[in-house]
Ligand binder design. Sequence first.
Ligand code: NAD
Length: 467
Amino acid sequence: MTDAYTQLVSNPFGGFVARNLGLPRPVELDRHRPGAPLIDGRVLVGAAPGGRCAAAVAAVLAEAGTAVDSRLHDEVRQALGAAAIDAGVWNPEAPGAQRWKGLVLDATGIGSSGELRELWSFFHPTIRRLERCGRLIVIGAEPGECPAPAAATAQRALEGFVRAAGKEVRNGSTAQLVRVAAGAEGRIGSTLRFLLSPRSAYVSGQLVRVGAGRDVPEVDRERPLRGKTALVTGASRGIGEAIANVLARDGADVVGLDVPALSGDLENVVEPIGGSAIAVDIAAADAPRRICDALAKRGGVDVVVHNAGVTRDKTLAAMDAERWEATIAINLTAAERINDELLARGGLLREDGRIVCVSSMSGIAGNAGQTNYSTSKAGVIGMVESMAPILAERAATINAVAPGFIETAMTAAMPLGPREAGRRMSSLAQGGLPVDVAEAIAWLAAPDSSGVNGNVVRVCGQSLIGA
Ligand SMILES: NC(=O)c1ccc[n+]([C@@H]2O[C@H](COP(=O)([O-])OP(=O)(O)OC[C@H]3O[C@@H](n4cnc5c(N)ncnc54)[C@H](O)[C@@H]3O)[C@@H](O)[C@H]2O)c1
């Protein structure tokens, strides 16, 4: 599904007109199809001297059966060989016609501003060779762990590179930075797979931090959530419906939740995926108890997705107390209270549990007419950041996704001007789909994402707002 403008500029005449008028020309994004390869093309892998993640990258690509190239004399060749990858060689001196679907640079070895030249050396001759809907990924180190200020400075600089590169790669491609803590190299698999694959179609310009987590279990790649129970709030429509469907596709037993007035719609979502329903207003005083009782009857829960949310827009001067209070109560306090009850009940959130919250770009950038909503969604980020260490002690994680402009009933109801601006003012020049948010949540919910904790990942096509 693409919007009418994207369809128009996808045909030769529309594309010609848009090009000549300097208008954005969004391309239809590749999205995940069951059974499709991890990435539909070759990947070029490089490493700055002293990098420590090439072996982990090689292991991911080898397992996926991806065709790989590396540069001449690149130390990464050794890692690829060890992973039994029969890699091609790419020689920038004799470049030929080679193109790639993915460009991955292990930049963990960059230790000074001078060494940032490694970014230029690797990407300058290759960035134009990135295919449609390609993936540019830089792997960096945690600046806070660097032994010297010069290394910390250079590692922090990677963020600027990736954000700018995301604005340069066109044709539906994306750019990301993955920061890997020392010793967490073996934890990057789930994140790398997500970012390389079409599942991350609408995620660009993001920083993902991968930490120690617990040992990564063997996971069935087609159904990583098999045997897991997942609660999804606000599941009767929109993004919540997509989350329920994607988590069920990944093997989860889904418990959908929505307000009693939408019970019929909720049944229509959970019934085809073999899930079950809880009809409750999450802002009700007894909601945490009722929800946790229902989960206890099912033997506990592995994944909790706090998706339910509302907007009650008015400028602050015109906003009545009811709008303020309802928005904070539903979007923020309800999730806090459910988490508290969940954690108070011992093992109700099972070992290796996952909490994933839905924040919003408005919580990062702020939005006129949404002081209540932006406050609540920034609060969600605060909740994730403050609870991450607590969850880590239980070998669990808490993260958030922050959607930008997503094509739902909510955004369809916006006036034309702001709606078109919301779509086009991003590197991908289009709105995302509910499934894009759902895929990001499925990645964070996966058992092998144990090293991803306390992150806030925007699903916004690298929106220029709040960038
Ligand atoms: N659509 C976007 O572009 C966008 C952008 C950023 C963030 N978000 C966030 O994504 C989430 C889903 O948004 P959506 O666009 O699908 O909205 P939506 O209105 O279509 O769906 C929200 C769901 O939450 C449910 N809900 C609301 N209050 C509830 C309550 N008190 N108890 C139980 N359920 C309740 C609703 O009944 C509805 O089914 C929300 O948190 C929203 O803030 C959406």
